[in-house]
Design a protein around this ligand. Structure first.
Ligand SMILES: Cc1cc2nc3c(=O)[nH]c(=O)nc-3n(C[C@H](O)[C@H](O)[C@H](O)COP(=O)(O)OP(=O)(O)OC[C@H]3O[C@@H](n4cnc5c(N)ncnc54)[C@H](O)[C@@H]3O)c2cc1C
Length: 452
């Protein structure tokens, strides 16, 4: 057998790469990693973590306002963007250190820099070339900005986490979960915000009642929503502001244009042309159920293989990879009923099939839905509404989908996702005694199907 420097070389130290490297090393492999930019990856540096910190920050504006209904004196809170940015950066630096420590403690050799595949068994990091039996591509994904005149003036989520100044007005272009989250963040921080999306309604892959509820709630907050809206050019004005023209004939002046228009697999400049790697038309790397690419000793997982672009998915894929290839216990990924949250305001939590998906698959379904004012808002003065929905298989009584818009929806749905995993029925939900007074109790008290 050839004598390689390493058993495994992991390209990219993100959610998937860190876990794959650490577990493979724990199972006895000699592992090396390389990271180009973000120790800990997108999630830690320019994704889930800073995003959620910003969501917390932005929600205080409503909290301050609503506290008056509970007897707190009116206050005129001031907000300091620099403080938030500095505190966020300190926290991320702490996490960067923790991730590096995880690799060190597992005995993983780490290279700072961009890795390129030289051939099937060699990887270069700058001038250093190492040999390896297996290569794992865990390079994640990168924001895509559609090319329109002036699109170089737009920022993406990568830069939005490091803005020197908070704009007075912001245009968010896009209709996915990141666009909707950023619209909520900016609005909550006092930025006048408009969201422009080319389709008829945002959050395309979510249940229709989630999409409609979030639309109503954002409109109540006075976030400008432009659907069927296509930005065609961005011009930088002498004032430093930007003028955006739309195909529909309107135009807008704004201080910041944020494109959240999707992410593409990060396969550019990683040396795939040096090996015979098969990609799909969207550039995602094709792998089998053990994350093996079309090249026998090269593997890939996480955002770079397409599919669900979520941190816990990349992590679980990495667990399966390490177990299968370095513990010799074959483990495959189960993509069914992966729960997810969108931290727009109010939050979304969802698991299982949407109403439309269940119908398309051919289920005969019963729908249970409740839209209500949460108890907190009886005194807060807010007219925010929460929505909870169950999709049930009429024939077997099995729960097919849970969907929620409301505060801490992610926390609620995480527990429900476990019940889904073990095939919970509506009867078992009905037999569950609720916790009072909570929002979550609504899930076990819905008795009348709305479509009967
Ligand atoms: C704004 C935003 C918010 C998000 N919010 C959530 C959320 O709330 N919940 C959730 O589950 N997911 C969220 N995600 C998605 C989540 O961050 C990704 O799904 C996850 O990070 C994917 O993990 P990964 O290991 O595939 O890639 P990444 O974490 O992106 O890691 C890939 C790493 O590879 C490095 N790299 C790339 N090329 C090379 C190379 N040639 N050599 C060396 N290093 C290289 C990159 O610098 C990067 O650090 C969010 C993403 C964004 C952008």
């Amino acid at each position: 057998m050839a004598d390689y420097d390493f058993d495994l070389f992991v390209m990219g130290v993100g959610s998937g790469g860190v876990r794959a490297a650490r577990m493979s090393a724990q199972y006895g492999a000699r592992v090396a990693t390389a990271e180009d930019k973000y120790m800990g990856g997108t999630c830690v540096n320019v994704g889930c973590v800073p995003k959620k910190l910003f969501v917390y920050a932005s929600h205080y504006s409503e909290d301050y306002h609503q506290a008056q209904g509970f007897g707190w004196d009116q206050v005129a809170p001031g907000f300091n963007w620099t403080t938030l940015l500095e505190n966020k950066n300190t926290e991320i630096a702490r996490l960067n250190g923790i991730y590096k420590g995880l690799l060190d403690n597992a005995g993983v050799a780490h290279f700072d820099g961009r890795a390129r595949i030289v051939d099937q068994h060699h990887v270069a990091i700058g001038d250093t070339v190492v040999s390896t039996e297996k290569i794992l591509i865990a390079t994640g994904s990168w924001p895509v900005v559609p090319e329109v005149p002036g699109s170089e003036h737009a920022v993406t989520s990568n830069e939005a986490f490091f803005l020197e100044e908070l704009p007075q007005h912001c245009l968010v272009v896009g209709g996915g979960y990141i666009a909707v989250e950023f619209a909520g963040i900016f609005h909550g921080l006092g930025v006048r915000t408009t969201l422009s999306y080319r389709g008829p309604l945002f959050l395309r892959n979510f249940d229709i009642d989630i999409r409609k509820t979030v639309r109503k709630e954002l409109e109540k907050k006075n976030i400008g929503l432009q659907f069927e809206s296509n930005a065609t050019s961005i011009e930088k004005l002498s004032s430093g502001r930007f003028r955006v023209e739309f195909a529909e004939g309107n135009q807008m002046e704004t201080d910041l244009v944020l494109y959240a228009t999707g992410r593409e697999p990060a396969v550019k400049d990683i040396g795939i042309e040096n090996v015979d790697l098969e990609l799909r038309s969207d550039s995602s790397i094709i792998v089998d159920e053990n994350f093996r690419t079309s090249v026998d000793n090269i593997f890939a997982l996480g955002d770079v293989i397409g599919g669900m672009q979520l941190t816990p998915v990349a992590i679980e894929e990495a667990m399966c990879f390490a177990s299968t290839h370095f513990l010799n216990i074959k483990k495959t990924m189960d993509y069914d009923n992966v729960a997810t949250a969108d931290f727009c305001q109010p939050n979304i939590g969802t698991v299982g099939l949407t109403e439309d998906e269940a119908t398309e698959v051919g289920y005969e379904i019963d729908i249970y839905r409740s839209t209500f004012r949460p108890m907190k808002h009886t005194l807060s003065g807010s007219d925010e509404k929460f929505m909870m929905k169950l999709v049930v298989d009429r024939r077997t009584d099995k729960m097919l989908g849970f969907h929620m818009v409301g505060s801490e929806a992610g926390e609620v749905i995480q527990g429900i996702a476990i019940a889904m995993k073990v095939g919970v029925t509506k009867e078992q939900f009905d037999a569950t005694v609720g916790i009072h007074p909570t929002t979550a109790e609504e899930f076990v008290t819905m008795r009348e199907a709305i479509n009967r």
